[in-house]
Design a protein around this ligand. Structure first.
Ligand SMILES: Cc1cc2nc3c(=O)[nH]c(=O)nc-3n(C[C@H](O)[C@H](O)[C@H](O)COP(=O)(O)OP(=O)(O)OC[C@H]3O[C@@H](n4cnc5c(N)ncnc54)[C@H](O)[C@@H]3O)c2cc1C
Length: 452
């Protein structure tokens, strides 16, 4: 009998695991309470990047005079923007559904929880269904964290899920939280012409990032007129006659027309019957080993609920590895996921991307590294684009030349980082990049120069 594999949650982790496991011969049931594609498509990656792409077109329209064009007067059509987001999500959903159906995955719409180590109960529109499983995947994702001192109303006080775009475009948005999500929303709304105040609890936006990279973003935010409340923690939000007042712990109050919470997320693991089944969690995140197995060997967890890097790309990779582990088959050379080598990006202006070892981490551990940096301005393409801000930084081992990591700040950073990511994963040397004959004129020439 085929392995019965039940997956709870149809985001990137769940639908990738389902497709691969079915391809490898498993009898797969995928339970999703909302839409296939998950929060990634409905609330997170896709709507945010769609809005950012529109904002990017608007800010481009603002600075085209440098390219010998006259001024364009672009403004946002809220309804058209909403429709565009919905259409993109629907096309992606159709694609995911077709893929799953073509692999004979059984799709079940409902809310699932564990009843025992091998039983899942699903609450569907047609009633309760019980399913037996040989292996189970928990890929239920997370939801925005809402602190006790504030109640989002979807009108003036928003979670990220209520901002695509809100019914009235904010004249002045106060963003609480300066991590990746916070700065992407600052960038998005400032591109649309909103005034923005950003509450930054530390002294640097993107506190987890390389200081030089964070400084490049701060410079651009200040150039756009974003007000930074550094070293301040929001502790209360009140509605006022004209909007909102956000009170901070240092006594400052940020006034705006709207407030947006971007202070992290909490795992969707409550009420799932995990602890009762012996699955160990920490802060609600399922603890996993290098195979993504929980403390109960045949119950796996992947994606944001596993508490590893909260990235769609990582969730999908976990899903693929889990499918192979469940079926005891490796479709290609097997490596455990090295979370340290996952590339990530921040879709701001300038765009920011990095992978592997960070300069600051090497210094902190006393590891000897070689750092080479080339500004975009040194490439013909940046001049042609009339966009010379940015740089490529490559970190390598001085003894062997092996590429250990890198950061890119500037246009198309998220695409260009792929070259360094490949080098880091495949243990390539800087000389391998130098020896590649790249296209001219392109920004990737800065990569070859930084590898010299
Ligand atoms: C604003 C924002 C922007 C982001 N942008 C990016 C980006 O550009 N790039 C990137 O790589 N990452 C991005 N992320 C992170 C990315 O969205 C997550 O890492 C990704 O969604 C995780 O996928 P997942 O498979 O864990 O689950 P999710 O996508 O969260 O999906 C989980 C699914 O499980 C379902 N579910 C939950 N409980 C149950 C249950 N009991 N029964 C049935 N179904 C259930 C939910 O309905 C949901 O559909 C962003 C995050 C945010 C907040």
């Amino acid at each position: 009998m085929a392995t019965r594999f039940v997956i709870i949650g149809g985001g990137p982790a769940g639908n990738t695991a389902a497709t691969y496991a079915a391809r490898l011969g498993a009898d797969v049931t995928l339970v999703e309470r909302d839409i296939l594609g998950g929060a990634a498509h409905l609330w997170d990656c896709i709507p945010s990047k769609t809005m950012i792409a529109t904002g990017g077109a608007m800010s481009f329209a603002d600075r085209i005079s440098g390219m010998g064009l006259s001024h364009l007067d672009a403004h946002l059509e809220v309804d058209l923007q909403r429709r565009r987001i919905r259409e993109i999500e629907e096309r992606l959903r159709d694609h995911v559904t077709e893929l799953l159906v073509s692999q004979d995955v059984r799709l079940l719409h409902g809310t699932a929880r564990l009843k025992g180590p091998h039983q899942i109960v699903v609450d569907t529109a047609g009633g309760i269904e019980e399913i037996d499983a040989d292996a189970i995947l928990i890929s239920t994702g997370t939801r925005p964290r809402i602190p006790s001192w504030c109640e989002p109303d979807g009108d003036r006080i928003l979670t990220t899920r209520q901002a695509y775009p809100p019914s009235t475009m904010p004249e002045h948005l106060v963003v609480i939280g300066s991590g990746v999500t916070g700065v992407e929303f600052v960038h998005m709304f400032s591109s649309f012409g909103s005034k923005v105040t950003l509450i930054v609890s530390r002294q640097q936006v993107l506190p987890a990032k390389d200081a030089e990279v964070a400084a490049a973003l701060e410079d651009e935010l200040l150039r756009r007129g974003v007000r930074l409340f550094k070293g301040a923690r929001a502790e209360m939000i009140e509605r006022t006659e004209t909007g909102v007042a956000v009170a901070c712990d240092d006594g400052r109050v940020a006034l705006g027309t709207h407030a947006l919470l971007a202070i992290g997320s909490i795992p969707n693991s409550d009420g799932m019957g995990l602890e009762e089944t012996g699955v160990v969690t920490s802060g609600g995140y399922v603890e996993i080993n290098q195979h993504c197995q929980s403390s109960v060997a045949h119950i796996y967890a992947a994606g944001d609920v596993s508490g590893k890097l909260p990235l769609s790309s990582v969730a999908s990779m976990q899903g693929r590895k889990i499918a192979e582990h469940v079926m005891g088959i490796h479709t290609r050379d097997h490596r455990h996921i090295d979370y340290e080598k996952a590339a990530s990006a921040i879709f701001t202006e300038p765009e920011i991307a990095d992978v592997g070892l960070a300069e600051a981490d090497a210094f902190a551990t006393g590891r000897k590294i070689r750092v080479t940096k080339v500004p975009y301005a040194a490439t013909a393409k940046a001049l042609i684009n009339d966009d010379t801000g940015g740089f490529v930084k490559i970190i390598s081992d001085p003894a062997t030349g092996v590429v250990l990591g890198g950061s890119i700040v500037g246009r198309h950073a998220a695409e260009l980082i792929s070259v360094i990511a490949l080098a880091v994963t495949a243990n390539l040397k800087v000389s391998d990049i130098v020896e590649s004959c790249l296209v001219h004129p392109t920004l990737s020439e800065a990569l070859a120069d930084a590898a010299e």
